[in-house]
Design a protein around this ligand. Structure first.
Ligand code: MOS
Length: 735
């Protein structure tokens, strides 16, 4: 077996992707897995299992803080078809992406949030399991609980742990207080954002099977290897004893990054019963027991001189989380780098509450942090009587404003200019509440967008078979993002084979380990490992053909160099296999790497009813090479819809008396639907990032969320003259 590895230690002066004679990368290729999905051949988590499959239903704590005294399972056990009622303490362990690093301290019967799983009923049908779950009798002691962040702001403390050194708990430069006193114009306001639910289309589900030595899970996971490792730790198994499969995943948005309750429950029951067990969470359980985006309380102070140069940026955030958990919402993360200012402060604190586990949710930090920062910039522009686009251009830093690092690439100014042009921004009336069409007030708003470009270690295996078919195997997933398609395109371009001559197999922990689908790093990370493998395969193929790879062109299933013209199938013998690997290097550490963008939108607000409608939208992004314009545009639109939802409708409501989640389904938790969203125009600028990776591409998955909600809020202000700083901006807050 051959191996090839790429780390990012020097600029990539050239990319092999630019040598393909008829490149697919960069074009609008439709999803290669699309036909499988629309014909129902793609099997999702809950569709697995057969024969003696048993069904598990979790029993939830009916109290937000307390202790279970007695769990009476006799009635449930006597019901028809019931196989077991499991009260294993490991069921209640919280999931989440960082749970493995800091196991929660809760005792076996302590309840720390309403809906926490405390038992599992297993029966021979889903309906029987559900009926028996409601027959489990509990008595409990109620303890005082905290169900509202606003009540405990004063108790907030610094997070116990920075997450991988990425989130930057506290940074401070210059003299913030002094500079604010000197500033010609100051904005000092508080913004709040509520808990949000990921609400992926496919609910969490796992089918687990134990053969006495090895556990196999079919489920819906963003990072199968994380689920495997956390589960092995929980059950005291070797990682080699657990295989996790997730070839098709119907969305995750962060809620499937780590071990979640359904996977642990299915595995425990499968071991206990010696037969396959499915635990498919009903939608209400997804809302109550998987994870949420933490609520935030953000104070932002901006100071500027009379010319609109920022002198001060101070962003102090408090977010809420269960006791003992290490994840926190890094709401100040983009504030470190978006704008220049000599006096700076970014601070994160955490207040402890009895609410569902806070976990990463699409653009953790940036998603809610840019709501406040980009709204504050809008308020500052107004006080300065300056156009908000111009304000941002005047404060564009040349290097990272805190670290002094060079930017690997940064086209924010270009995004702002091009976006303003496409939208027709100059025609906007800056004075609020002046533009009206009958009952409808019309407003225009904009915001900048930034999301860190992350990269993780990844491995893939690429083979060419004797018949010239290419195949990629990796543990990496496709969560609706387009991984199957993008990896196929990269192989097709680099090996010169047709798209339908490439087979990509994803989501299996028995395949080489990737960094999973998260943090916008999936496509670039897995794609770079594929690049490494293909680069090596080209050298091997050229050697077999007796030419040097540098002079060879790979196209139409052939290698061509001068007079030599050979089909790959003739050169590979019994097949060629390369394990490709990639890992972050010094370039990732030494350069500030982010993707950037700008949003422009028109809002219509009904002056009588307060109804708010998004009427028009333009976004411009720059994120290095765009690997597939169609899937990238879909990602952007999805992110923008997320941002619109965060601005206008999405709020996971905890009853402040009990901690119970009140809106536990998609009928009550309002995600925007088609009728809420106009045509969204998305443009990606031509950009190449030679420091990011050999693809010269940066992450895009979470970029659309960043700033889009602020553009909505700013447009609502422009329409109405009302600033609502308490998200979501529901109509009761408007007039
Ligand atoms: Mo994302 S919150 O890393 O799925």
């Amino acid at each position: 077996m051959s191996e090839a590895s790429i780390t990012m230690d020097a600029p990539f002066e050239r990319s092999l992707l630019d040598t393909a004679p008829a490149p697919l990368v960069g074009t609008s290729v439709s999803r290669v897995d699309g036909p499988f999905k629309v014909t129902g051949q793609a099997r999702y988590a809950a569709e697995h299992g057969s024969g003696d499959l048993a069904y598990g239903m979790l029993v939830r704590a009916p109290v937000g803080s307390g202790r279970i005294d007695r769990l009476d399972t006799a009635a449930a056990e006597a019901m028809p078809g019931v196989l077991a009622v499991i009260t294993d303490a490991r069921l209640i362990r919280n999931g989440g992406d960082f749970a493995g690093a800091a196991a929660p301290p809760h005792g076996s019967r302590d309840v720390v949030y309403f809906g926490q799983p405390i038992a599992l009923v297993v029966a021979d049908s889903f309906e029987r399991a559900r009926a028996a779950a409601s027959a489990v009798r509990l008595s409990y002691e109620r303890k005082p609980g905290v169900f509202d962040l606003a009540e405990v702001l004063d108790s907030a403390e610094p997070p116990t742990n920075d997450i991988f050194g990425l989130f930057l708990i506290h940074t401070e430069q210059g003299d913030v207080a002094g500079a604010l006193k000197q500033a010609a114009v100051v904005v000092d306001e508080v913004w709040t954002t509520p808990s949000q639910s990921h609400a992926p289309m496919e609910p969490h589900a796992t089918v687990a099977q134990w053969d006495g030595r090895r556990l196999t899970l079919h489920g819906s996971y963003q990072s199968p290897v994380t689920t495997r490792d956390q589960l092995a730790t929980l059950l005291g198994l070797e990682t080699a004893q657990v295989r996790v499969l997730a070839p098709f995943v119907g969305g995750g948005f962060g809620s499937k990054l780590g071990l979640m309750p359904e996977a642990a429950a299915a595995a425990i029951a499968a071991q206990r019963l010696g037969r396959p067990v499915k635990v498919a969470l009903p939608r209400q359980h997804v809302f109550e027991m998987t994870g949420r985006r933490p609520a935030t309380h953000q104070r932002l102070r901006l100071g500027a001189d009379a010319d609109g140069k920022l002198t001060t940026i101070a962003h102090e955030t408090i977010t809420d989380q269960l006791e003992g958990e290490m994840f926190f919402e890094p709401a100040g993360i983009a504030t470190h780098l978006l704008y220049a200012a000599p006096n700076r402060l970014v601070d994160h604190k955490v207040a402890r509450v009895n609410k569902l586990l806070g976990v990463s949710m699409r653009a953790p930090g940036e998603g809610v942090g840019q709501l406040s920062l980009e709204c504050a910039m809008d308020e500052l522009a107004e006080k300065l009587d300056l156009d908000p686009v111009e304000l941002r251009l005047r404060n564009e830093p040349e290097v990272h404003p805190e670290t002094g690092q060079a930017f690997s690439s940064r086209s924010l100014a270009e995004c702002l200019r091009v976006g303003a042009e496409r939208f027709g921004w100059t025609a906007r009336n800056r004075a609020p509440g002046r533009c009206r069409d009958g009952e409808w007030l019309i407003g225009h708003g904009m915001a900048a967008s930034a999301r860190g470009n992350l990269f993780g270690p990844a491995k893939v295996r690429v083979r060419i078979d004797a018949d010239g078919l290419a195949a990629v195997e990796t543990e990496m997933t496709d969560i609706g993002t387009g991984t199957y398609t993008i990896l196929s395109q990269i192989v097709a371009d680099l090996l010169g084979v047709a798209l339908d001559r490439v087979e990509v197999r994803l989501g299996d922990t028995d395949a080489p380990t990737s960094a999973g689908s998260g943090g916008s790093w999936g496509a670039t990370t897995a794609g770079s490992a594929v690049y490494a493998a293909c680069e090596k395969l080209r050298v091997m193929l050229a050697e077999a053909a007796g030419v040097t790879s540098g002079n060879a062109v790979f196209a139409d299933g052939m290698i061509v160099a001068g007079e030599v013209r050979r089909p790959l199938s003739e050169l590979v013998g019994n097949g060629m296999v390369v394990d490709g690997a990639t890992a972050p290097g010094t370039s990732n550490a030494h350069f500030s790497q982010s993707s950037y963008g700008a949003h422009f939108c028109e809002m219509r607000v009904n002056a009588v009813t307060g109804e708010m409608r998004v009427a028009r939208w333009n976004s411009v992004f720059a994120a290095g090479r765009i690997l597939n314009t169609k899937t990238a545009t879909s990602q952007a639109i999805g992110g923008i819809v997320f941002g619109i939802g965060g601005a206008l409708t999405e709020e996971l409501v905890h009853d402040v008396r009990t901690g119970k989640v009140v809106n536990r389904d998609l009928g009550e938790y309002h995600v925007p639907v088609h009728a809420d969203i106009p045509d969204i125009d998305v443009l990606y600028l031509e950009e190449r990032d030679r420091l990011a990776n050999p693809l010269l591409a940066k992450g895009i998955g979470e970029l659309g969320v960043c700033g889009s909600g602020a553009a909505v809020a700013n447009a609502i202000y422009n329409a109405t003259g009302v600033r609502v700083r308490d998200f979501p901006i529901t109509l009761d807050k408007l007039f």
